[in-house]
Design a protein around this ligand. Structure first.
Ligand SMILES: Cc1cc2nc3c(=O)[nH]c(=O)nc-3n(C[C@H](O)[C@H](O)[C@H](O)COP(=O)(O)OP(=O)(O)OC[C@H]3O[C@@H](n4cnc5c(N)ncnc54)[C@H](O)[C@@H]3O)c2cc1C
Ligand code: SF4
Length: 551
């Protein structure tokens, strides 16, 4: 007789790990599926190795490295075999990490809360829909997550980004002290970012030792990642079983169209295997969750499971990332080098300051934020702008070393009927799984935000005494930010939304979603802290339903 688990959780990343921990600690027996191997972060992450000791100087073999965030340090950990296609005219870079912990092993840790201004955006400007939650309802979940994972920042009393429960902030860099003065004069905010990085020991995890290797994985667990935080907690309960190299293909349904388990393909044998559960939680990350659901076709669900609304795969949104301004600070020319990037984090940000009093004050609706960066980085990327060679070249590199600065915009795209996901009818990957196809273009609203940010950031730089050298020529490829949202939107009306306000599918009450696919659209903030907070809420609701026998 096949074993029936209380819950099958697909994915062990930010959302999946939090789901696994929460339901295991409530006493449920859980089987988690992960498409790659298990990582042991203390052994596998080798960020302390010097670049000059590595064959490709840390960048990786150009023949095998595929994504902009992939490095020699993390070779073999990113997903290459599960492929995808793009519709004519669409570009999309779909980055996935196949080992346990997913992308949350290497994330940038910027962790601001969403606020009422985000949840009630449609009520303010009349475009699209509000979120089916209020900030008041979510605030306690954010607090619990922040207190547990540890987020470093300051209380800022700003209307667009609510304050939370913070550890001492990461110290400002030299460039920040200078640019902050420029921002003050221009009248825009320039404050400490909210960073899920431990500036002091926290909940049994050691403080950061400032080695600057976060995007290659932390070997001491000094920032939140599932293999250091959620998965060990789940393991302690004795209720957690992990199946590695298990690529979920589709949700299995019973005779009533309810979820009864998951079919996966074993990466090594390429055989299809079925596993069964009373509940299924999808947390394979925003796009993969939508793909699994679109591939879950049956007599009940001819267009994908739980898709009676027809909204599954639609409303794809992303953050437009682009350089708003770059240049250098002449006052720092020739100054001694300081370890500016030792925290390897965004350190500061310029949280949304647009359309705060009047939602239609600017030419665009909603708002964006900006991450200023620069100073003494590990690698002097400005080398392309310096002429010459030999010792003169080296001297000039050193002369400019503390000075470069740049501003990166994080602008949310708006939902648009032309931006969506479907299954490519012609293409399967090497495991025989039909692949996801992307349809996506940037819209006018986010491009106007970028234009706006170019003017403001140039002004901040010049006012701070800096030299402006230019701005980016085009935005990064869609998908670059890895903050996509939308294809399984949550909302109260089953005719318009895939899940209810708790991430429980309207059509299939024992199918839950724990990633950013339920968020109706992006905000000016990153998504991971919110994935954790919403997952906690969803799983407590799931546990309550199972206790009452309603799941
Ligand atoms: C370099 C970098 C910088 C980033 N910076 C930030 C930042 O500053 N702030 C922020 O909020 N976010 C940031 N992000 C994004 C952040 O990593 C994601 O928002 C977060 O990890 C998403 O959580 P998730 O659980 O949805 O996906 P993931 O954490 O990727 O987890 C998905 C899990 O599902 C598994 N999976 C995928 N497909 C299948 C399948 N078919 N079957 C079974 N399992 C599957 C994956 O292997 C993984 O275990 C960054 C990411 C990167 C890589
Ligand atoms: S800088 Fe800190 S958080 Fe990042 S990898 Fe090093 S010790 Fe870990």
């Amino acid at each position: 007789m096949e074993k029936i688990y209380d819950a099958i959780v697909v994915g062990t990343g930010a959302g999946g790990g939090m789901a696994i921990k929460t339901v295991c600690e409530a006493g449920l027996k859980v089987l988690a599926l992960n498409p790659g191997r298990r990582v042991d972060p203390a052994k596998d992450f080798r960020g302390h190795k010097q670049r000059y000791d590595m064959k490709y100087r840390g960048f990786g073999d150009p023949k095998t490295v595929r994504y902009h965030d992939e490095k020699e340090y993390t070779e073999g950990l990113w997903e290459h075999d599960v492929t995808y296609t793009t519709a004519p005219g669409t570009q999309w870079e779909w980055l996935r990490v196949k080992v346990t912990g997913g992308k949350a092993n290497f994330w940038g840790r910027s962790s601001a809360r969403f606020g009422e201004i985000d949840f009630k955006a449609a009520s303010q400007d009349g475009f699209d829909v509000d979120w089916p939650v209020s900030y008041e309802e979510m605030a306690p979940y954010y607090s619990r997550v922040e207190k547990w994972i540890g987020v470093a920042s300051t209380v800022q009393n700003r209307p667009s980004n609510p304050d939370g429960e913070y550890l001492p902030p990461v110290k400002l860099r030299c460039i920040d002290r200078i640019l902050q003065k420029g921002a003050e004069k221009v009248g825009v905010p320039y404050v400490e970012d909210r960073i899920a990085q431990l500036t002091v020991p926290h909940n049994g995890h050691p403080a950061c030792h400032y080695c600057a290797n976060c995007s290659s994985g932390c070997d001491t667990g000094s920032f939140f990642s599932p293999p250091w935080f959620t998965l060990p907690d789940a393991e302690k309960t004795g209720n957690f079983e992990l199946r590695t190299n298990a690529i979920a293909k589709n949700v299995l349904v019973d005779d009533n169209g309810r979820a009864k388990g998951v079919a996966y393909v074993d990466r090594n044998t390429r055989q299809e295997v079925e596993v069964y559960g009373k509940t299924v939680v999808l947390a394979a990350s925003c796009l993969e969750t939508a793909k699994i659901m679109l591939n879950s076709k049956s007599r009940y669900w001819p267009t994908g499971i739980a898709n009676s609304s027809g909204e599954l795969g639609r409303n794809l949104c992303d953050h437009l990332y682009a350089t708003s301004a770059y240049g250098y600070l002449p006052q720092l020319l020739g100054q001694p080098s300081l370890p500016d990037n030792i925290s390897a984090s965004t350190v500061v940000w310029m949280p949304r300051w647009q359309n705060l009093k009047d939602p239609r004050q600017e030419k665009f609706i909603r708002g964006y934020s900006v991450y200023p960066g620069g100073g003494c980085g590990e690698f002097p990327y400005y080398y392309r702008r310096i002429e010459g060679f030999g010792s003169h070249f080296k001297r000039d590199i050193k002369w400019y070393y503390p000075t470069p600065v740049s501003f990166t915009i994080q602008a949310p795209s708006l939902p648009n009927k032309n931006n969506y996901l479907d299954i490519d009818p012609e293409v399967k990957d090497i495991f025989g799984i039909p692949v996801l196809r992307f349809h996506f273009q940037w819209g006018t609203n986010e491009l106007l935000m970028w234009e706006h940010s170019k003017q403001i950031c140039a002004e901040v730089l010049r006012t701070a005494g800096g030299e402006l050298l230019g701005a980016g020529e085009h935005p990064e490829t869609p998908g670059y930010s890895q903050h996509e949202t939308g294809p399984c939107r949550f909302g109260n009306d089953p005719k318009k939304f895939v899940t209810n306000r708790y991430g429980q599918c309207h059509d299939v009450s024992n199918l839950y979603i724990c990633d950013a696919s339920i968020f109706p659209y992006c905000t000016d903030k990153t998504t991971t802290l919110s994935i954790l907070a919403f997952t906690l809420r969803t799983c407590e609701y799931l546990i309550e339903n199972m206790r009452k026998g309603n799941g």
